[in-house]
Design a protein around this ligand. Structure first.
Ligand code: AHM
Ligand code: MG
Length: 338
């Protein structure tokens, strides 16, 4: 191994180096990405302490030092909003935890150029049982005039308009994976130095795989074509893995190959996962890693029109060969009267 390979590259170093390679970069985007890294570290610390909740105080109660104990998803939401608001690079945030958009006031004379969409703690039902959760984020360049407040038009846009997206996985290790449209890179948090370090350069997901990830408990509530496709996965002895935490389930298939499905059900006729906070950013990453992301009606996720902040969609994403097979089942059985 040569010396260059031995050198640890931190997230900050990587972001700054990428900025230097882009002559149009203003530095604002760099600071914004670094802020996301900072917020992720703070949330990671709290996620790791979650097991102590009974000692430190149950959410909603006051702890031994008299402070109100927040639910972890609320804590994560507040921490991301606070961190992103502080440096003035963002003029607005849309979060899965907030009904409306959050306007961020300018910092000094700075004219913020970006808006962030996020699910600050996805899969939060897993926290109480010590199972991995994640943060999902996407970044758009603002569309509205920089002289006024952020507008709804800055958020209600197709996924293809995002300039970056990523996720943080709070798992056995904490990983931050992101893309600015030139491939995907992953950084593992080294707790001994408190830095995210480049651990997965230019991630390319396998074109094929044998993992499928779906809540099979809803099988009878899926449309015929999805049931047939799931039967096919089972016939081929594909391995079923479902954590119920989208970031973790997708992270697995990014590295091992596979397909993640959250089809429309009778309860959620338009799908359950949120387009803006969950589907767009994860589709962006999957496509950048060489995979495919469609709805269960075969539209490309990134091209979907969005009309409301909390709009949902069905989703089928992962290794391109597996998504192609799924597509064949939809084409074959989708028209059958059920
Ligand atoms: P959340 O944003 O309320 O945490 O819900 C999103 C999560 C995803 O991470 C996961 O894929 C899905 O909901 C699991 O839903 P279900 O329990 O219906 O299978
Ligand atoms: Mg979520």
């Amino acid at each position: 191994m040569n010396q260059m390979q031995d050198k640890i590259v931190t997230l900050d170093e990587f972001i700054i180096k990428s900025e230097k390679e882009n002559p149009n970069s203003s530095g604002s985007f760099t600071r914004l990405l670094r802020d996301i890294g900072i917020a992720a570290k703070i949330v990671n610390r709290e996620v790791n302490r979650a097991g102590l909740v009974n000692i430190l105080g149950v959410a909603g109660s006051t702890n031994t030092t008299g402070d109100e104990v927040q639910k972890l998803d609320i804590f994560a939401n507040n921490k991301f909003i606070e961190t992103l608001s502080y440096s003035g690079e963002v003029c607005g945030i849309a979060s899965e935890e907030n009904q409306e958009i959050i306007e961020v006031k300018p910092v000094g004379k700075k004219k913020a150029q970006y808006v962030v969409v996020m699910d600050p703690l996805d899969g939060s039902s897993n926290i109480d049982v010590n199972v991995s959760v994640g943060t999902i984020f996407g970044i758009f360049k603002r569309k509205s005039s920089p002289d006024g407040p952020v507008q709804m038009e800055d958020f209600l846009r197709k996924g293809t308009e995002m300039v970056a997206a990523g996720y943080v996985l709070y798992g056995t290790s904490t990983l931050l994976v992101y893309s600015t449209g030139k491939g995907v890179n992953g950084f593992t948090l080294d707790p001994s130095i408190g830095e995210f370090c480049l651990s997965h350069r230019d991630i390319k997901m396998p074109a094929a795989g044998n993992y499928y990830s779906v809540n099979q408990g809803y099988y009878l509530k899926f449309d015929l074509e999805m049931r047939r496709y799931i039967d096919h996965c089972s016939d081929l002895n594909y391995r079923l893995r479902y954590i119920g935490s989208m970031v973790s389930d997708i992270h697995r298939i990014m590295f091992q190959g596979g397909i993640f499905l959250y089809p429309n059900t009778r309860k959620y006729p338009k799908g359950k996962l949120r387009l803006l906070y969950e589907c767009f950013p994860m589709a962006y990453i999957i496509e950048q890693a060489g995979g495919t992301a469609l709805t269960c009606k075969l539209e490309r996720i990134m091209d979907l029109e969005i009309f409301t902040l909390h709009q949902t969609s069905s989703i089928a994403m992962g290794s391109k060969d597996m998504v192609r097979d799924m597509k064949e089942f939809v084409e074959r059985y989708g028209a059958v009267i059920q």
